[in-house]
Ligand binder design. Structure first.
Ligand code: FES
Length: 115
């Protein structure tokens, strides 16, 4: 694994989202509820960028079809998936996997992800 500094805590001290492009990856850094999360910016369902998604209660909901992901581990939160999407998919055989997440830590005031 490789460590990459994204930005300083000071630069990103308000809740929100920022995208960083590193080595061909788009990393979405989220600051919510006093925590930072790093996930892929690309939805595993139909590849929409997740920067426009909704962050709420430790989850990220894709703005395209409403897939909802747990920000800590990227798992799909079926209890919060949009009803229209639920009707279209076989929940026992999901057509897409979890959202990729990246471990991160704060080091000398910098937000560092492990790729
Ligand atoms: S592209 Fe994200 S839910 Fe379909």
């Amino acid at each position: 694994m490789k460590n990459e500094s994204l930005c300083s805590v000071e630069e990103f001290n308000e809740p929100g989202k920022k995208v960083f492009e590193i080595e061909g990856l788009e990393i979405l850094l989220i600051h919510a509820d006093g925590e930072y999360f790093a996930v892929d910016n690309i939805c595993p369902h139909a590849k929409t960028r997740l920067i426009s998604g909704r962050v709420e209660d430790g989850t990220l909901t894709c703005s395209n079809h409403g897939a909802c992901f747990d920000l800590k581990n990227g798992s799909i939160r079926l209890d919060r998936v949009d009803e229209d999407l639920l009707e279209q998919i076989d929940v026992d055989n999901l057509p897409f996997g979890p959202l990729k997440t990246y471990p991160l830590h704060i080091e000398n005031g910098m937000i560092v992800v492990q790729l």
